[in-house]
Design a protein around this ligand. Structure first.
Ligand code: UDP
Length: 292
């Protein structure tokens, strides 16, 4: 296995346990540059996914999704190998259809602060389907809904890591807006299982297919769960709602169930316990390997 990372948001610590394994190789590489390697399958997960990270250098974010997709698709074309794209529920924007099904075309602002990510990922989907039509590539497109778990960066900026770290440190829990917006949170192990099943599907199955946990929670409810779980004394504080923040998000996973035989196994309560244990270890300086 060759693992590529430019370490913009990732850390070497996350793959430390794999370094030295005879079948694992690490390359520091940015997908916006061409890559020549020999592989049998490509998983393209490149792109910062947290709003604070992808808005830090929006032009680079679009480049990562678009140039990155072109480079990885070019590699797949040369090798005639399968390629999987980690797309996103953000292609649905602030959705007018609820829960979101794969045939919904979305409600995306093309010129807002989230557009570099949303439109970059949408363009990457276009490129994947054009490489399928034009070059007969074997493509697989997953639309990933909010995912969380151990090995997230403590300053990732996304809601689960923020709330857990804030609760563990006794800091105020920052609720953006009224906290009534919803998200559906998928534990990382479930997601990885879904991605591998998708890669293993028959050649004619392309997706796009939603991968996420249909359990839908308001952000306020998530904050309460984290406080209960950690026994924290943290108070909730209101912060302004970021521009274009989607009101609701919940995957319809009927297609994933049918085509991949997949559905998430780990409920939010259990996943939050594992995530809290991880961050607790990290903040105390003792590493915790959370497994399920
Ligand atoms: N959010 C929040 N407090 C935080 C971080 C995020 O209330 O400290 C909210 C954010 O406004 C959004 C939801 O939690 O409504 C999920 O945000 P996140 O950045 O995790 O992912 P998104 O789904 O918006 O890309």
């Amino acid at each position: 296995m060759i693992c590529l990372d430019n370490f913009f948001t990732g850390t070497k610590r996350n793959i430390e346990h794999l370094i030295g394994h005879p079948r694992f190789e690490l390359l520091r590489h940015d997908v916006t540059f061409p890559l020549y390697v020999e592989v049998d399958e490509i998983y393209n997960l490149a792109c910062p996914a947290s709003p604070i990270h992808y808005q830090h250098d929006p032009v680079q974010t679009t480049k990562t999704s678009v140039h990155g997709a072109i480079n990885m698709l070019g590699l797949a074309k040369r090798l005639r190998c399968r390629i999987l794209q980690a797309s996103t529920s953000e292609v649905y924007g602030d959705p007018a259809v609820h829960p979101q099904t794969e045939d919904y075309w979305g409600n995306v602002n093309p010129i807002g602060p989230r557009s570099c990510y949303d439109e970059g990922k949408r363009c990457a989907e276009t490129l994947f389907f054009d490489y399928l039509r034009q070059h007969r590539l074997e493509i697989k497109v997953a639309r990933i809904f909010n995912t969380y778990g151990p090995r997230m960066h403590p300053n990732d900026g996304r809601v689960v890591s923020n709330f857990v770290v804030q609760a563990l440190q006794g800091e105020p829990i920052t609720i953006y807006g009224d906290g009534n917006q919803t998200r559906s949170f998928c534990y990382v192990d479930d997601l990885v299982d879904g991605l591998m099943r998708l890669m293993g599907t028959a050649a004619d199955f392309t997706g796009p297919v939603n991968l996420g946990n249909p359990g839908e929670f308001t952000i306020r409810r998530l904050a309460e769960m984290v406080i209960d779980m950690t026994g924290s004394k943290s108070k909730l504080v209101a912060k302004p709602l970021p521009a274009d923040d989607p009101r609701q998000r919940q995957p319809n996973i009927a297609l994933a169930k049918r085509a991949l035989g997949w559905e998430p196994r780990i409920p939010l309560e259990d996943g939050l316990k594992l995530t809290t244990a991880y961050f607790d270890g990290l903040l105390r300086g003792t590493s915790v390997e959370a497994t399920t």
